[in-house]
Design a protein around this ligand. Structure first.
Ligand code: DGT
Ligand code: CA
Ligand code: CA
Ligand code: ZN
Length: 575
């Protein structure tokens, strides 16, 4: 069994134990072991088979877990897990993804109604039977119903970063097959959508069809859904991401790329436009209706040009006004990854980051950045060993000292300061005033009513030291919805107060999303794209933040960290 599968079993068992209300210490030991195994470079099953090695040498793995691992290796499960599954069916785990109930609520629900599925929970709520349970009410019922709807919408979707990983792996694999020349991801991935339903790959070459057979035989393909003369669909990897591969002749590459990039919503008016011009647009070509003459098919540029339009970047193809803008010659000149000159939200070992200040600076310098800001957590995030006033100021001195050594990159001192429930800042003004770049973020009390959350954020924006609002809606993709608040009011206030709105580039956040970026820009707001890196490798997530900005129609001039160093330093000076 793969490490990831073993880890998943431990995670699930821990979750079930939590539902059962078991001892927190034991639950934690399962979770610690799961994360240790997940990231362990060597295969656990190989270590178990090697008499010269012991799994208990892996930090986080004690004797109890070691015997569970032996059992898993021998029979694919272990005692504790079987016991839990006897009481709670595996569907109970899904209920943990519905917000509002929590493990205790799930247990209560099960004890009273024997309900352990999402459908069952929905029915209980609709019949208003949830509010009859202890510590539950009508409000919770509504919340749970909303959360179920959101859950159904995201079920079966995957993070963009995950889909990129699969795409990179498969593109390399397919390109190595003789007869294949190009392999290009299309669909929602090419449009930079934050989650994707399935992956759409297009292959061309003198014998691109030769790719289909090995594609369906790839070692990580668990199921072949369809296989034809020029198309195959599979389920890839443990997670079961669907991948559609289509092979096509080189001459219709542009038409196919245009068609399979979508979105469907973009293609509908585009085809209507073709029709008005006496043409028809398909995945093979743009051609004249009367003479059947092919007008364009090799490149996307040729197709858009034949329709009287400039090429439209894929990130804009959502039928949100891009065709009209293209026609009027008013497409934005979208920001590019190469425009980014610094990253101004990152953590170090001073709080919950996994690399030192020097290591983060070095990694940023290697990326070619001109500057960074170190923004560790503030004390409210005790779990992350957040900084109090004294430590924040002392650490800022340390950052400055290091900066003066000359590292080939400017390093600014900053802080990701928690915004308290009442909208005040976690640290005193006197301490914040000593820092170059203060981000304010909400990490607690995320379930406030919209009005209270709006007031909280508006109050935070009044802080004279605040430069940016971190991950403004608090969403965690496929996991936690944005907290409700009056976004327009907050964006307008941020614009007035010169506080930059963050486009947080970490793949599970991608917060702000495109529609909010556009709404905020309409209020005159400015933005900063940052990775919130907790490890040097996270700096590479900048690409996802840039994609969100592009989907939000932003140009380099809308974004703080496209500024050259001197102008950046000027822009963040005390107000
Ligand atoms: P996803 O996979 O849900 O993240 O979103 P997409 O956009 O990748 O959708 P998908 O995989 O169903 O189809 C890929 C593209 O193929 C889609 O963006 C446009 C095109 N396409 C698929 N089905 C249709 C259709 O019925 N009509 C049109 N015009 N285009 C389609
Ligand atoms: Ca797709
Ligand atoms: Ca598809
Ligand atoms: Zn952060």
């Amino acid at each position: 069994m793969e490490n990831r599968e073993i880890a998943r079993m431990l995670w699930e068992t821990a979750d079930l134990m939590e539902i059962a209300g078991e001892d927190g210490f034991r639950i934690r030991s399962y979770r610690n072991a799961a994360s240790a195994i997940e990231g362990y470079p060597e295969a656990i099953s190989a270590i178990l088979k090697d008499p010269g090695k012991k799994v208990t040498d892996i930090p986080g793995i004690g004797k109890g877990i070691a015997s569970a691992l032996e059992e898993i290796e021998q029979r694919g499960s272990f005692d504790r897990r079987d016991q839990m599954l006897e009481v709670y069916p595996p569907t109970a785990l899904e209920l943990l993804k519905i917000q509002g109930l929590g493990p205790k609520g799930i247990r209560t629900l099960f004890e009273h109604y024997r309900v352990s599925t999402i459908d069952g929970l929905e029915k209980i709520c609709q019949e208003h039977k949830l509010q009859e349970l202890p510590r539950m009410g009508a409000k919770l019922e509504e919340k749970v119903l909303r959360s179920i709807a959101a859950y159904r919408q995201r079920a079966g979707r995957f993070l963009l970063s995950f889909a990129y990983g699969v795409a990179d792996e498969l593109v390399a694999f397919l390109k190595a097959i003789p007869g294949v020349e190009t392999v290009t991801p299309a669909g929602s991935l090419r449009r930079g959508k934050e989650t994707v339903g399935d992956l759409d790959l297009l292959a061309t070459g003198p014998n691109a069809e030769a790719a289909l057979e090995p594609f369906t035989k790839h070692p990580k393909v668990h199921e072949v859904l369809a296989k034809g003369a020029n198309k195959a669909s599979v389920k890839f990897g443990l997670e079961g991401l669907q991948v559609d591969l289509r092979t096509l002749p080189k001459e219709s590459y542009g038409a196919a790329l245009q068609y399979f990039t979508g979105s469907k919503e973009h293609s509908i008016p585009l085809r209507a436009r073709a029709q008005k011009m006496g043409m028809t647009l398909s995945e093979y070509s743009l051609s004249r209706v009367d003479t059947k003459e092919i007008v364009a098919r090799e490149t996307e540029e040729q197709i858009y040009a034949a329709l009287g339009l400039p090429w439209i970047p894929p990130e804009l193809r959502e039928n949100q006004g891009e065709i009209e803008a293209a026609e009027a010659g008013k497409l934005p000149k979208l920001v590019e990854l190469g425009d980014i000159r610094g990253d101004v939200h990152m953590h170090t070992t001073e709080t919950d980051g996994r690399a030192t200040l020097e290591e983060m600076a070095e990694a940023a310098r290697e990326r070619g950045y001109e500057y960074i800001a170190i923004t560790d957590h503030s004390k409210a995030l005790a779990m992350a060993n957040g900084l109090d006033e004294k430590r924040a100021v002392a650490f800022a001195h340390q950052v400055r000292e290091m900066d003066q050594k000359g590292l080939g990159i400017r390093v600014f001192s900053g802080l990701e300061c928690d915004i308290r429930r009442d909208g005040t800042m976690d640290l005193e003004d006197s301490a914040l005033g000593e820092l170059d770049f203060v981000i304010g973020s909400v990490h607690s009390y995320m379930n406030l009513e919209a009005a209270e959350m709006t007031d909280r954020l508006l109050r935070a924006l009044e802080c004279p030291h605040l430069r940016a609002l971190g991950h403004p809606t608090g969403r965690i993709l496929l996991n936690r919805d944005p907290y409700p608040f009056d976004f327009d009011a907050v964006a307008a206030a941020a614009a007035r107060r010169n506080v930059y709105l963050e486009i947080n580039a970490s793949p599970e956040r991608l917060d702000l999303t495109a529609s909010l970026v556009r709404a905020a820009k309409a209020h005159g707001a400015k933005f900063v794209i940052s990775t919130d890196a907790h490890h040097p490798k996270h700096l590479a997530n900048m690409r996802y933040g840039v994609l969100m900005a592009r989907r939000g129609w932003l140009e380099a001039g809308d974004i703080l960290n496209t500024l050259p160093l001197t102008q950046f330093a000027q822009a963040i000076k005390p107000k």
